[in-house]
Design a protein around this ligand. Structure first.
Ligand code: DAK
Length: 259
């Protein structure tokens, strides 16, 4: 499928999705949201993709929702925008394989929210993060108030949301918004290295582990452990778990088939 605002590149089992609307610092307009949604839906069952990396072209990751488009919305349009944006964030969060955000520059508003919907956030030392919606008389609309507080705690989340201030990558790393930080020229190599490390592992185990962690964050510890117990049983029945255990005992590299 032809996309106008995103580019897809494949490196073996890794898909690299680059948001490419440099003239608007990769701001999320409705068309870009639709294209991202289409990409994830088209590849939901595609086991040839073991990990996705999302990054941005130029100096921004995503500078937020497209403000020129937002300014034209009526209330009905705002509700629609909220629905498609929230749905995309959920789609990324629930995508059955890991999604890594390689944050190369500005990740503001909806851009920070999209990064937070990803499983792991890697950042260039030049990246900047923020939820500047209050500067526009708005609040975060793509899950930012919820995911930010879960990642960095309620005090830091409130500080960022109430002030609208940006933080640099070092501060984002310090508060746990970012998982790893690299010099700009190393970011994509490091992201790819991590993605390749992940796709070398048993795919079903990785996918189910993602589901367990996500589910556990929405429920209490005891219910989360029960969920893990059931998932563990399912995984134990896979051919890959037998292969992984045998390979260890036979001192050879496991040959996982994704079954
Ligand atoms: N939307 C549209 N265009 C944008 C943009 C954005 N978010 N951010 C930047 N641009 C455009 C600029 O207008 C400029 O266009 P030209 O003037 O060249 O035509 C071009 O990108 C380059 O930007 P700058 O010249 O400003 O570049 P600088 O390096 O000087 O500054 C900056 C970079 C990132 C600090 C600055 O561009 C900036 O502050 N941008 C806006 C950041 C921002 O406030 N983003 C929006 C956050 S609010 C909702 C759901 C969700 C949301 C809203 C509603 N509903 C449910 C309805 C989410 C809201 C947000 O994301």
């Amino acid at each position: 499928m032809e996309f106008q605002n995103i580019e897809i590149k494949r490196e073996d089992k890794v898909a690299i999705v680059t948001i490419n609307r440099e003239k608007a610092l990769n701001a999320l307009n409705a068309e870009t949201i639709r294209e991202l949604q289409t990409f994830f839906e088209n590849h939901w069952e595609d086991d040839s993709i073991g990990c996705v990396i999302i990054t941005g072209a130029g100096k921004a990751f995503i500078a937020g929702a497209d403000i020129t488009e937002l300014a034209k919305l009526d209330v009905k349009g705002a509700v629609h925008t909220s629905r498609i944006g929230l749905y995309l964030m959920k789609t990324i969060e629930n995508f059955p394989r890991p999604v890594i955000a390689a944050v190369n520059g500005f990740a503001l508003g909806g851009g920070c929210e999209l990064a937070m919907a990803c499983d792991i956030r890697l950042a260039s030392e030049k990246a900047k993060f923020g939820q500047p919606e209050v500067n526009l008389g708005l609040i975060p609309g793509y899950g930012g108030t919820q995911r930010l507080a879960r990642l960095v705690g309620r005090g830091k989340a409130k500080q960022l949301v109430f002030t609208g201030d940006m933080v640099n990558a070092q501060e984002a790393y310090r508060i746990g918004l970012v998982d790893e930080m690299y010099p700009p020229e190393e970011l994509m190599d490091k992201a790819l290295e991590m993605a390749k490390n992940i796709v070398a592992k048993a795919p079903v185990a990785v996918s189910v582990a993602k589901e367990c962690i996500n589910r556990g964050l929405d429920i209490n510890l005891s219910a989360g452990c029960d969920f893990e117990k059931t998932a563990f049983g399912t995984i134990f029945g896979t051919a890959d778990s037998k292969e992984g255990l045998s390979a260890f005992i036979e001192k050879r590299k496991a040959d996982f088939q994704g079954k």
